[in-house]
Design a protein around this ligand. Sequence first.
Ligand SMILES: Nc1ncnc2c1ncn2[C@@H]1O[C@H](COP(=O)(O)OP(=O)(O)OP(=O)(O)O)[C@@H](O)[C@H]1O
Ligand SMILES: [Mg+2]
Length: 275
Amino acid sequence: MEVRGVSYCYISPKGERFKALKDINLRIRPGEFIALIGVNGSGKSTLAKLFNAMIIPSKGWVRVNGLRTDVPAHKWEIRKLVGMVFQNPENQIVASIVEEDVAFGPENLGLSRREILKRVNESLEAVGLKGYNKWPADALSGGQKQRVAIAGSIALKPDYLVLDEPTAMLDCRGRAEILKVLKQLSWKQGISVVLITHSLEEALLAERIILLDGGRIIKDFSPKDLFKNTSLLEELGVGKLPISVLAERLARCGFKPPGNLVTLDDMVDWICSFA
Ligand SMILES: Nc1ncnc2c1ncn2[C@@H]1O[C@H](COP(=O)(O)OP(=O)(O)OP(=O)(O)O)[C@@H](O)[C@H]1O
Ligand SMILES: [Mg+2]
């Protein structure tokens, strides 16, 4: 996926233009796990919508596997290639029984009954819900519903999965389940995963962390770089890394961590050196 020189303007009901994204350049490689972070209104959801042609750039272009999103004839192919999962699991379940819900997308592709069933079973297994085919969607927890939503997306065999704050409404356990599934989809199935999140802890699971601010990409970090830029994250209001919070607390107790600690492993080694 390639995004080149992209800007996006919303037009208010009064006809005023608001530039939500400015000169975005980005390339997403197969199987990459990317986290997209930034404060409220920084443009994360707008960028996500550009990925699967829900909206078209005001300037510049987006290309998915060579197909430009601004060509209307490419729209349906792009929607198949780029799956989207949103925040609220309740809004994404379209059928009352799990297997009917997961089958919804493949049925619209006109696939054979046998292929649909195969995809439903494979997708449910991939999200850790093997055997839940006949369950009523109502009987599932929020985390399970969100995993059904992911199964519905991957049943279309996308190359990219874009998730806009998929864990925001889940508890700790639901979050952990979703994150485990996402890692597996990227590692085992080679799906490129773009996870939009307000949690820096979640972002650290990604191989690449993209920071948006005021509609621009401010940084494209590796997790290690993120540790080195904790003050930037705090200045922008994105939040504190759990490791920074721990370092501050230890310093208050008289154990000031040395300046060369950048990763959680470094921190663990340093703490263990007291044992
Ligand atoms: N439909 C719209 N019409 C006008 N302005 C919009 C519309 N949708 C978003 N915006 C504006 O565009 C900017 C970027 O919004 P966007 O939803 O992409 O941010 P975000 O980073 O996803 O924020 P959040 O963390 O709150 O979800 C914001 O200033 C927002 O108010
Ligand atoms: Mg958003």
